[in-house]
Ligand binder design. Structure first.
Ligand SMILES: [Zn+2]
Ligand SMILES: [Zn+2]
Length: 271
């Protein structure tokens, strides 16, 4: 509500400034220039900011080339402002709990690992990663398709990041580890909790028998937890962890293909 009031105030200030501006320069302005310096009626927040580029290309062209998304987008700013201290606390608890469970399960896996089971474990782990990839895509689709930020509890806390991401896709690259991974680490907690319980409830021989299942569940939960970190890396152009840049260099060496080369061609376009 307050944000809306502020947006209206800002719009009013802009409108007044515009009227003064027009009054002061009335004689010198042509119709085209007036149009170029106006805000559109269907764009009360000025997201398409014709003022910035209008002088060069004209208002209609400016509306076409100006981004309607990004950090300056009013909708994205309002969505970002809904990130609350309570939400932050939930993310902190989830990240630390999940990391503790990851370490615990890894320790238990290493303890029960027998070399003759390595091929089963490897294949199961691969299936776990594929399952995590599919499940995260399905959940993302569902969150993009159903509900709204106005829904109680889940709206502001769990759907808001999806809406923000679509309006300001690179905001994810400015989020820290906790904000990026809090929710996915939360999903990992019950799966890793189940796995830790499995180790304590079953006998060593049963654990050996079901080692494939254990490897599957473990890798699936690790990759479910890591999904948004990987998503963040895929939006990051600079300052990636050295592992990825080294990996890219190796692939580039063998294929001759430069990563994101085609993207950069478009990113460099100014008008
Ligand atoms: Zn999406
Ligand atoms: Zn994305």
């Amino acid at each position: 509500m307050f944000t809306r009031v502020w947006q209206l105030k800002i719009t009013c200030i802009k409108a007044k400034a515009f009227i003064y501006f027009i009054a002061a320069t009335m004689i010198a302005k042509s119709d085209k220039e007036i149009l170029a310096n106006s805000m559109y009626e269907d764009d009360p927040n000025g997201n398409s900011s014709p003022i910035q580029q209008a002088s060069a290309v004209g208002a209609v062209e400016a509306a076409k080339v100006s981004p309607r998304w990004g950090p300056q987008h009013k909708g994205a700013q309002e969505l970002a402002s809904l990130y609350s201290p309570g939400k932050r606390a939930q993310e902190l608890i989830c990240v630390y709990t999940c990391i503790a469970l990851m370490i615990l399960n890894l320790g238990l896996i290493v303890k029960h690992m027998h070399w003759e089971r390595i091929s089963v474990a490897f294949l199961s782990a691969l299936c776990g990663i594929i399952t995590a990839d599919f499940a995260s895509g399905l959940v993302h689709w569902a969150a993009d398709t159903w509900g709204s930020v106005d829904l109680p509890l889940i709206g502001k806390n769990f759907l808001r990041p999806f809406r923000e991401h679509h309006l300001d896709p690179t905001s994810i690259t400015r989020h820290d580890f906790i904000e990026t991974n809090g929710d996915n680490f939360m999903v990992g907690i019950p799966i890793l909790g189940y796995l830790a319980h499995y180790f304590y409830a079953k006998s060593p021989s049963e654990i050996q028998q079901h080692f494939g299942w254990i490897a599957y569940v473990f890798l699936c939960s690790i990759f479910v937890a890591m999904t948004n970190q990987i998503h963040k890396w895929s939006h990051t152009y600079w300052g990636l962890p050295r592992f990825w840049s080294t990996f890219e260099l190796i692939i580039e060496h063998f294929t001759g293909l430069k990563p994101r080369d085609d993207d950069m061609k478009w990113a460099k376009k100014l008008t």
